[in-house]
Design a protein around this ligand. Structure first.
Ligand SMILES: Cc1ncc(COP(=O)(O)O)c(C=O)c1O
Length: 234
C-alpha cells in the first residue's frame, strides 16, 4: 500500500565494487561519464522514488511537496559538499555537466568580442560552446597544459593583461587526471575582473572542492556571477 511518506534516501548505501557493478557479471565496463551505466544502488533508489511519485501523483500536494523537498535536500547536500553549508540557494541543478556548462558558457554576460581564457584540458562539453562563442566573435585563447604550473599561470596572467573577461577551467583534467592550479588561476582572473567557471566534474568525490579555495573575498560582481550561477550536474 502506498503511504504519503516518500521513500527515504539510504544514507549508507552498499558501495563495495560488487554492489556498484551495473552490468552482468561476465562484463567489465570502465565508467567514464554520465552516459555510462548507472550504479544499481542509485538506480534502485531513483526507481523507488519515481514509482512512489507515480502512485501518489507528481502534481498532487503530496507528490509535489515531496519532489521539491528532495530537490532542496540535494541542493543542501551539494552546497555542504562544496564547503558552503548555507549556500543551497546558490545551487541550481542541471541534468548533467554538459547541460550546466552549456548554460553557463552560453549565458556569460560579457561584452561582444571579449577575450575568454580556457585550457586544452577541457572536456568537449566546455570546448564546444566556447568554440561556438569564438565563431560568433569572442577571442578564445586555449592554453596548453605542460605540467608546469608557472608556465601555465604566466599564460593566464598574460591573457588577463589582455583584458580577459572569463576563464573556463577544469579542477581535474579529464584527459590526464592532473589537478590544475585552479585557485591561483581564478585569483589572477578575478583580480583582472573576469568571471571564472570551474568544471569540477572529475573532481567532486576525488579531491577537495571548496568554493572558498577559489579565493574569498570576491569582487562583488564576480562573486555574484560565479557563485549565484553555479550549476551542477551529477
Ligand atoms: C571534466 C568533464 N567535464 C564534463 C563532462 C561531461 O559530463 P556529463 O556526462 O555529466 O555531461 C565530463 C565527462 O566525463 C568531464 O570529464
Amino acid at each position: 500500500m502506498t503511504t504519503d511518506i516518500a521513500p527515504l534516501i539510504d544514507e549508507r548505501p552498499d558501495t563495495t565494487p560488487a554492489a556498484l557493478q551495473a552490468l552482468r557479471g561476465d562484463s567489465l565496463y570502465f565508467n567514464v561519464a554520465g552516459s555510462g551505466p548507472t550504479f544499481p544502488v542509485a538506480q534502485r533508489s531513483a526507481e523507488r522514488f519515481r514509482t512512489w511519485l507515480n502512485e501518489v501523483g507528481m502534481f498532487g500536494h503530496v507528490g509535489y511537496a515531496a519532489y521539491n523537498a528532495a530537490l532542496e535536500a540535494t541542493r543542501a547536500d551539494l552546497a555542504a559538499a562544496l564547503g558552503d553549508p548555507d549556500g543551497s540557494a546558490r545551487v541550481a541543478l542541471a541534468q548533467s555537466a554538459t547541460d550546466g556548462l552549456n548554460t553557463l558558457i552560453a549565458g556569460l554576460a560579457i561584452p561582444p568580442r571579449s577575450v575568454i581564457l580556457t585550457t586544452l584540458e577541457e572536456h568537449g562539453s566546455a570546448l564546444y560552446p566556447l568554440r561556438r562563442r569564438a565563431e560568433l566573435g569572442d577571442d578564445l585563447r586555449e592554453i596548453g597544459w605542460h605540467r608546469d604550473p608557472d608556465r601555465f599561470l604566466e599564460e593566464i596572467r598574460s591573457g588577463s593583461r589582455d583584458g580577459a573577461r572569463a576563464l573556463v577551467i577544469s579542477l581535474v583534467s579529464c584527459k590526464t587526471g592532473d589537478v590544475l592550479p585552479v585557485r591561483e588561476a581564478c585569483r589572477i582572473a578575478r583580480e583582472a575582473g573576469a568571471i571564472s567557471i570551474v568544471d569540477a566534474a572529475q573532481a567532486l568525490g576525488q579531491v577537495r572542492v571548496d568554493v572558498d579555495d577559489l579565493g574569498d573575498p570576491w569582487p562583488q560582481m564576480a562573486a555574484r556571477a560565479a557563485r549565484d550561477r553555479r550549476i551542477l550536474g551529477p
